[in-house]
Design a protein. Structure first.
Length: 135
């Protein structure tokens, strides 16, 4: 009986050592692969339907409270329990969904804030009847 339990424990432990990583098999829709910087170390993928960022030479997908790492924008996505600091510090990843759509580019913001230029003053010559000459 003891030997059976010991063998069962060894088989269970061996199975845990070679456990496959957790993968995300869902799809991510990306309208534009454009990267928009959200800080010097992290860029978000514009118009992705899920939080999808690029940092430390990898793509990172946030889903169901977990970060998944991928080599390309299409994955494959493998769960990472300890993402790098720039990724782990993102406290509201869902704010990055469709980021480009919701956040105008810097140029668009600057154009919107620029006041309209004042019209150039029209220089008029005085009429001859109003001219005064010294006597």
């Amino acid at each position: 009986m003891r030997m059976t339990k010991l063998i069962a424990c060894v088989i269970f432990a061996a199975g845990c050592v070679h456990a496959r990583p957790v993968e995300y098999a869902g799809s991510v829709t990306v309208t534009s692969p454009e990267l928009v910087a959200i800080n010097p170390d992290v860029k978000t993928v514009a118009d992705a339907d899920q939080p999808l960022i690029y940092a430390r030479s990898s793509y990172w997908l946030f889903h169901d409270g977990h970060w998944y790492q991928g080599r390309s924008i299409r994955g494959p996505w493998v769960q990472e329990t300890n993402p790098p600091v720039p990724v782990a510090q993102i406290d509201q990843p869902y704010a990055l969904v469709h980021y480009k759509k919701d956040h105008p580019t810097q140029t668009a913001v600057e154009e919107r804030q620029m006041p309209e230029p004042a019209p150039a003053p029209v220089k008029r010559e005085p009429s001859p009847s109003l001219l005064q000459f010294p006597k």
